[in-house]
Write a protein that binds this ligand. Sequence first.
Ligand code: 3PG
Length: 303
Amino acid sequence: MKVLLATEKPFAAAAVGGIQKIIEKAGHELVRLEKYTDKSQLLEAVADVDAMIIRSDKVTAEVVQAAKQLKLVVRAGAGYDNVDLHACTERGIVVMNTPGQNANAVAELAIGLMIYMSRNCFNPGTGCELSGKRLGIIGFGNIGQLIARKAVALGMEVLVKTDEIKEKHNRWEHTFSYDKLYESCDFVSVNIPATPLTKGSIKYEFLTQMPKGGCLINTARKELVCEEGLMRALTDRPDLKFATDVAPSCIAELKEKFGNRVFATPKKMGAETAEANVHAGLAAAHQIVNFFEIGCVKFQVNK
Ligand code: 3PG
């Protein structure tokens, strides 16, 4: 089988080498399209491949149409909002992700952003500590749970929405309402997938309930935050802050109006660690091998 590694934002060399070994050891061929700059390159590269590994690369209906032999897409990562599931399903193409494999990297970034924002973006002046502060976590999956554990180790209190806790013996402080969560948390970390239901759900009414000095941390998708509401909230509440991976469309205006109360990474970097690249990349390669060898569809997301 021919497997395409299509990564506009390439994996670390160790991950690429590992992927190649796994794919070739199983008797398949790996072709690489990395750092591509135009979708025409992707359309050309998918023409004769049986499977592909992607990151945030867009698998649109047009890509599916061009990929005549395609049977499997593995998103090496968690979020698969970049894949047209409907187009894949219609063609009988299996889509998988590699849940949890890059979660620690994202969780560490979320903690880093909290420290950065509470220390005035490392500018001179008195900041504050995380210890003793309360962190609300929206989305208690792999990333949310890792953030919670790290935050507790730093002396923070953690508050989670009750219906998001899957553990049998719950040890987390929890609340039934988002209102309560925003109202009582100094930091709110967003860790939910982008779906038609969640897009724009982080809105003015919630943000303005945060206590004085409140800070929103978004390491999920930019579409989750209602940009108009964010702009208004930061205007009406000169004490609020916002840090995000990656920048919303209105970032230039936000920076101009609010300066160091706003921070955005220049390119999505939550999963940009060698470890996360290796974990997610190798998991994707193994999933491809298992799919072709034994028909394993354990991480299929378009069932
Ligand atoms: C994910 O959904 O796994 C993260 O957002 C990482 O995306 P990336 O692989 O494009 O860095």
